[in-house]
Design a protein around this ligand. Structure first.
Ligand code: SF4
Length: 445
């Protein structure tokens, strides 16, 4: 790879002068995994399935602390840009049948574990967990705490503001939910129209107020750049409005337009998307603006107020990366429930059947609903550990990695570009390289 000759100075200076990342189009056009796991999901295969999962569950030592993830693959309204495994909520019977299957899966795994684990974190994601009824959510949360040893777990829930109600605020408070993540994405009306997600800023404000009224103060906003019709001024205005609501965390993601793989994205006209340079400038503007507002950067796309637990974990070097992104969750085992949910062990990753109908059939047939997965070799575990540390802390030691001459050449190129500093024992990502963290991680694989 020879990209140095294509490095360009951004078309504008950074908004704040805090960070001027080099613009390297030859890198930015290359596909790269998100590295929410290593090996990434593209390495999963059907030969690793229910027997391996059952064995991994059997092997968990007594009193091991674990996290639970519950996937609700439904939304009341489907957004055109969405790449999640979700569908229209539709009839109540369909939701009831899904929740019944979820409860069966929870019971089956709890029976295998026989009370051996302690649940420290429970995350509800999707889709939109609030596509179901609040009473169904309360029942699910109750089911988890009666099936597992879950004394005072940290509970987080993703919420679609468009289908949020006062009943939901009460249900979340009753279940002792400590953190809510709101899908905000953009507050520019013309961009909202272009992505099929219209939600005025007042709706977000009332949602935040209702949560705070019920004592839920840890609130995350998901924002996006690279959206159709979105310009730098739109992103700047969205960040100003969002930050005025004082979310304790903000995640700023780039929109990935993949209409061949994600049919619902065909409603978005690719010609209306910012070009590569504008998209890069948006990422940089968002980063600089949030830093100047006092948010602490965590990894390459998360930001937290200094008093937030994620920022504190970052300060201590305790941030982890899992399927939900950057987290302070220290558990080594994640148990996923629901269609497409992923379970993670130190030497195994498995994923449930993605199709809701087939997921229910497997559960109703008395099977663990695993569709695919991957076993980690010792070398995989070593690489996974280095990549996680690199993405979370912007540095890693290289002990135990056998880098090929091609890998070393890639790292040398990144050194020349000023994206990393490296010696024989370690490498660290410079501030100029933060935006390119995943490309640098890829060089270790
Ligand atoms: S609400 Fe979230 S999960 Fe549902 S369609 Fe929109 S982006 Fe996707």
């Amino acid at each position: 790879m020879a990209v140095a000759e294509h490095v360009k100075t951004p078309a504008i200076a950074s908004a704040t002068g805090r960070s001027d990342w080099p613009y390297i189009p030859d890198l930015l056009t290359q596909p790269v995994p998100r590295y929410t796991s290593y090996p990434p999901a593209t390495a999963f295969h059907p030969a690793i399935a229910a027997p391996e999962y059952q064995q991994a569950l059997n092997d968990i030592a007594p009193a091991t602390e674990v996290s639970i993830y519950i996937h609700i693959p439904f939304c009341q309204q489907i957004c055109w840009y969405c790449g999640c495994n979700t569908g229209a909520a539709g009839r109540k019977e369909r939701l009831d049948a899904y929740i019944s299957a979820l409860e069966s899966e929870l019971s089956a795994v709890a029976a295998i574990l026989g009370g051996r684990v302690r649940v420290r974190h429970i995350a509800f994601g999707g889709g939109s967990p609030n596509a179901i009824e609040p009473v169904q959510f309360v029942r699910l949360a109750d089911r988890i705490t009666t099936l597992f040893d879950a004394t005072d777990p940290a509970i987080s829930v993703e919420i679609d503001p468009r289908s949020f109600t006062m009943e939901w605020a009460l249900a979340l408070a009753a279940c002792k939910v400590s953190r809510v993540s709101l899908g905000v994405q953009t507050l520019s009306p013309h961009v909202q129209s272009a992505i099929g997600r219209v939600q005025p800023a007042e709706l977000i404000e009332s949602c935040v107020a209702a949560l705070r009224l019920r004592g839920i103060g840890d609130i995350n906003f998901d924002l996006m750049y690279g959206l159709p019709h979105q310009q730098l001024a739109d992103l700047e205005d969205t960040i100003d409005q969002a930050a005025a609501m004082l979310p304790s965390r903000i995640a700023l993601f780039g929109y990935a337009h993949l209409p061949q793989m994600i049919p619902r994205q065909r409603r978005i006209d690719g010609n209306l998307l910012p070009d590569l340079n504008d998209r890069f400038l948006q990422a940089q503007l968002g980063y600089n603006k949030l830093i100047n507002m006092g948010y602490v950067p965590v990894g390459f796309d998360h930001f937290a107020l200094p008093e937030d637990s994620l920022a504190i974990a970052a300060e201590k070097g305790n941030v982890r990366r899992n399927f939900q992104g950057f987290t302070e969750d220290a558990c080594q085992i994640l148990l996923g429930f629901g269609a497409s949910a992923i379970s993670q062990f130190p030497d195994l990753i498995v994923q449930n059947e993605k199709n809701v109908g087939r997921y229910r059939e497997l559960i109703n047939g008395g099977q663990l609903p695993i569709a695919q997965g991957v076993s980690l070799s010792d070398a995989d575990k070593k690489t996974a550990q280095k990549i996680e540390h690199l993405l979370c802390n912007l540095n890693t030691d290289l002990n135990g990695l056998q880098l090929s001459s091609e890998q070393n050449a890639r790292l040398a190129e990144f050194c020349r570009l000023g994206l990393i500093k490296q010696n024989e024992a370690s490498l660290h990502i410079t501030e100029s390289g933060r935006h390119y963290s995943r490309y640098i991680a890829q060089a270790l694989t």
